[in-house]
Design a protein around this ligand. Sequence first.
Ligand code: B12
Ligand code: SF4
Ligand code: SF4
Length: 417
Amino acid sequence: MRALLNGAILARRIKERGAELGLGRIGIAPIRPSEHETFFRQWLEEGRAAGMFWMQRTAEQRLDPRRRFAWARTAIVAAVPYLPYREDRSGQPGLTPRVARYAVGRNYHRVLVERLESLGGFLEHECPGCRSLAYSDTGAFLERELAARAGLGWFGKSANLIGPGGDSWFLLGELLTDLELPGDEPVADRCGTCTACIDACPTGAILDARQVDSNRCISYLTIELRGRVPRPLREEIGGWVFGCDVCQEVCPWNRRAEPTADVTFRPGSHLQAAGLADLVRLDDAGFRAAYKGTPLERPQRQGLVRNALIAAGNSGDGEALEAARDRLVDPDPVVRGAAAWALGRQGGRRNRARLLAARARESDPEVRAEIEAALDDPEAAPEDREAALEDREAPAQRVTRAGPNRKVRPSRMVIPT
Ligand code: B12
Ligand code: SF4
Ligand code: SF4
């Protein structure tokens, strides 16, 4: 343990250096066991972590970082602003409005850790022999709790941390150190009687008592979930292909937020120049070329193409739906199933013909079930359903009975709302 006589001066210099390094606002908190242990354990026990089993596996360390880092005394926590643009999302080009704002630029984990390590170098220079370790997101910490303790914001009803200056468009990272530094004061909760985030969440994922049920959160469904998205939630995902910003968009504290000048978070050309159809068409090589090293690498090709197909089914984007027909023969069964869903939702004679052909050759039982459900989609126009039922009884007569050139239904939703 290292006590410092000039801790307050060092803390101020750390904050100044952090700002110079692009770490935004810095707060300091002692490392100690969680004050919200019951809350966290209950969240896990009620299955709110969904398929993120790593949360359960590392629960004890999250609740008390000293179990793993016995030497650590203080967390220097950075809240790095990332808002990439001020304007309404729908005015952004290409895929940008379909991707959560924190992920439109470069991979922030790497960037934040590099900057925090530079801050560690500064600490070493000021206090030779001290120890430090940088993390952002991927470490087993309750980062929001650490940040709240370090005075970087309050835990809003949306579960997002809202900064004392009044917005939640920032990412967190921390530098653990064996130095003992004076901590900052937590800020008061200013959500008041507002419930805008709870009311606006498209999937009803925000429960009372500031809990998010990951099973329903679009961020989880589009980024972390491997395999099929549960059917009842697909429509609610709207046009999102990676993450979701709805609970932050409606937060009154975010209304006047200024975009960051940090180029790290500027929308990349891989998103601005591409459309939904490009995403639907991605093969392995195309995925690696466009998305490796970006935040969108996380769901892998299977997840990203699956998400694009769901967005296509919801948006009625003609080019993307045209591309979806080819995905019925994709090597990945999850992608084939999502393609069936998108085409079933859109209805129409040509889509039905493709689905019937796919059903005839499909050997995977789960994809077959998707195709059956798509042929029977209650969302399809009534004449589609009728024709689909007839198709099952007498496939050979389908083309003549369904009638020519039935119009594809109009768009339900063009971009996420
Ligand atoms: C798992 C995870 C998710 C999951 C689960 C989300 C969740 N709400 O728990 C999913 C995939 C759904 C997700 C989504 C998002 N995430 Co996320 N996620 C994480 C991760 C890895 C762990 C979070 C966790 O431990 N959850 C368990 C719950 C119980 O903990 P918690 O929400 O953090 O709450 C704790 C404290 O805040 C504390 N607490 C503190 N004060 C108070 C006060 C009261 C009254 C109470 C009751 C509790 C309380 O209680 C809890 C236990 O300590 C963290 C990184 C990390 N290592 O912490 C990023 C992190 C929380 N995510 C982040 C972001 C940006 C997002 C998204 C906005 C991304 C997007 N746009 O799509 C969404 C927001 C969804 C939402 N409304 O929460 C940021 C949050 C930044 C911020 N300003 O808050 C983090 C910190 C990553 C980072 N390094 O910046 N995420
Ligand atoms: S990120 Fe989207 S789905 Fe998740 S809690 Fe917020 S509004 Fe709901
Ligand atoms: S929308 Fe309202 S309730 Fe939700 S986090 Fe913002 S201020 Fe709090």
